[in-house]
Design a binder for this molecule. Structure first.
Ligand code: KG4
Ligand code: ZN
Length: 334
């Protein structure tokens, strides 16, 4: 990671982001152009709209990132890019831009898995101590990832239906909150109480998988039923009860994983890792299991290129360099 200066790209979903990362853990710039406003009226991310925004933004972001970092192409040691998983048309813009820069300036290209990127956002706190366990919770993913050593990832459990963030967004919509609803539901939950007994799916099952669609349906049915009989429910309590159910399941599964696997460090990352309830509860799980708890910095929980640069610096010597034939891989697995 030492003496590296990486220009990194992230465009897997609805943020166009380019960063300059020094030695794997110093952010010289991290430009994030968000498209949220354009997707809000549709209630979620529209892939075609996302691709068009990425095309418009990408060169502006590159120039901004270099300028803010006060570096030129000559100062760079490598180029890194998210090549999956994500929306194929969105990924393609970042991948193409990264390949062009790498080729034009004769720099090595480092392809990065988006989930690995989320995990390595913790590199800005401290380097990962292996073996490590990571809980990645985002709009598209909910996974427990076992990392025996640098560059090795094994998904030991994942959601069977909705991702945690997706569930936050969908129940938020029922409460009349704009996409993405997670942050607002979180703020409401802090003011409410867990008074509705929502289901904790698969909590007692002997695996590390999750399911949030039953919880989502229970929530929606509760609200619709109240509407039908003309009853008003306390929205903060609804939010608090929903969040409590999500937190319970994430905590339960993380705890069983930490009991089984000899992790030295427990990582919390992904967009939903910004959630207050989750941060607090998983800290107590880690302390109970006697492992070091490292959460992604609040500002780097959501999608950004800084985390991709950090992952690239750590993994550069643990994986093959990217080739000119590198392609976007929307269903990329570890
Ligand atoms: O990682 P991310 O930026 O994009 C994906 O890779 O999916 O995650 C975005 C997700 C959205 O679903 C958003 O509602 C959720 O993270 N989110 C939250 C909070 N902040 C963002 N969910 C719950 N509580 C929050 N504080
Ligand atoms: Zn993400």
């Amino acid at each position: 990671q030492e003496n590296s200066m990486i220009l990194s790209f992230e465009s897997s979903c609805d943020e166009t982001s380019v960063a300059v990362i020094k030695n794997g853990n110093k952010i010289l710039s991290n430009v994030v152009a968000t498209q949220i406003k354009s997707h809000q009226r549709f209630g979620g991310v529209v892939p075609e709209v996302a691709s068009r925004h990425h095309i418009e933004e990408i060169t502006i972001c590159i120039n901004d990132a270099l300028q803010r970092a006060n570096v030129t192409y000559d100062d760079l040691t490598a180029v890194a890019v998210t090549y999956g998983p994500g929306l194929v048309g969105a990924l393609l813009i970042g991948v193409t831009a990264a390949k062009v820069v790498a080729w034009a300036h004769n720099l090595p290209l480092i392809p990065i898995n988006h989930i690995a990127g989320h995990i390595y956002a913790t590199n800005f706190v401290k380097p990962i101590t292996f073996p490590a366990m990571a809980l990645v919770v985002s709009g598209g993913h909910t996974e427990l990832v076992w990392m025996p050593k640098e560059g090795k990832f094994e998904i030991i459990g994942e959601t069977r239906d909705d991702a945690a963030g997706e569930a936050f967004d969908k129940i938020g919509r029922v409460l009349g909150i704009n996409y993405p609803a997670g942050p607002t539901v979180d703020a409401m939950a802090q003011k409410g109480k867990d008074t509705f007994a929502f289901p904790r799916a698969m909590e007692a099952d002997d695996n590390y998988d999750f399911s949030f669609s039953g919880l989502k349906s229970a929530f929606i049915n509760t609200v619709h039923h109240a509407d039908q009989i003309g009853k008003t429910l306390n929205k903060n309590d609804l939010a608090a009860s929903f969040e409590a159910a999500v937190v319970d399941v994430l905590a339960e599964k993380s705890q069983s994983a930490l009991e089984k696997y000899p992790a030295k460090e427990f990582i919390l990352a992904g967009g939903v890792a910004a959630n207050h309830g989750i941060r607090e509860r998983l800290a107590s799980v880690a302390s109970k299991e006697n492992v070091e708890f490292v959460k992604a910095p609040l500002k780097l929980c959501g999608d950004n290129a800084a985390m991709i640069g950090a992952a690239a610096a750590a993994m550069q010597h643990h994986q093959e360099a990217g080739k000119a034939s590198l392609n976007a891989d929307p269903g990329l697995e570890f």
